[in-house]
Design a protein around this ligand. Sequence first.
Ligand code: A3P
Length: 306
Amino acid sequence: AKGWMTEHLVHYQGVWLTPKAALKGLMWIQDHFKPRPTDILLATFPKTGTTWLKALIFATVNRTHYGFSDHPLLTTGPHDCFPFLDAYVYENDRSFHDLEKFPSPRLLSTHIPFTLLQTSMTDDQSCRFVYICRDPKDVLVSKWLFMNKLRPKRLPPISLEEAFELFCQGISHYGPYWDHVLGYWKASLENPEKILFLKYEDLKKEPFAVVKRLGEFTGHPFSPEEESRGVVQEIVKLCSFENLSNLEVNKTSVQKFSRDIVVDNRHFFRKGKVGDGKNYLTAEMIERLNAITSEKLHDSGLVFGN
Ligand code: A3P
């Protein structure tokens, strides 16, 4: 793939992956990862709401352990509370044994498409997934701005036109985007008890309803007593963009995904809005992306707004 943003990607079984990180991580997962029925895997395409959902699931599952005034999320970034399985695996100084010693329920996240996971993970009883997707226009713009922040400073920024063209062709980390979404979407239709399929837009619109679903799905349903105490509201507030993005830890610390991949945590918090992609894209770009999306999703039952 052309251009610094994607030139290091390789095409593996129809998916664009970084050879040193994603592909290595995938190989390890396929060969060694032993899922547990209690595992909650957060699966996402980058920039669709991973950081937000990590915080929400962590806060929901662990809510009886911590108070809201001294909650771990106030001093620890969501990515440290809820590690990437992929990165966990390819980073040399973290071993497989650590993962085995993790107490259940393990919370692990991945960007790997459902279709590339081994059957020991995709089987009915093996582990459960929460998947979140987002309007591709917002994903593309969020990703483009994110990549430009991460780019080596000796290189010029990538243009929106170039990023757009590559994204439309499916050339993006873990892309094509639509295939990623459809893989988890179809699996969630076949087995809704294994995969909870969410949309960023719904989470923005109805955070309380979605967090209650998260509670039920993860086996930690909110009791009427908790609801009357406003626990769901507390979780939504704790994990809100406004709250998380203003915490010192998320403004100043870095995320060390591996020896080579170190990202300032503040880059995971940009705007946190629905529809911001349209403020950057031209009318022609919007039309083309909408057309690709409706063609790819046409008989799937899944839709995004225009
Ligand atoms: P924008 O660039 O559109 O603002 P990921 O976590 O998958 O990398 O996705 C990052 C996107 O989610 C960014 O989108 C970021 O601002 C947004 N985001 C991060 N935390 C959020 C939160 N607590 N609530 C809503 N959106 C959030």
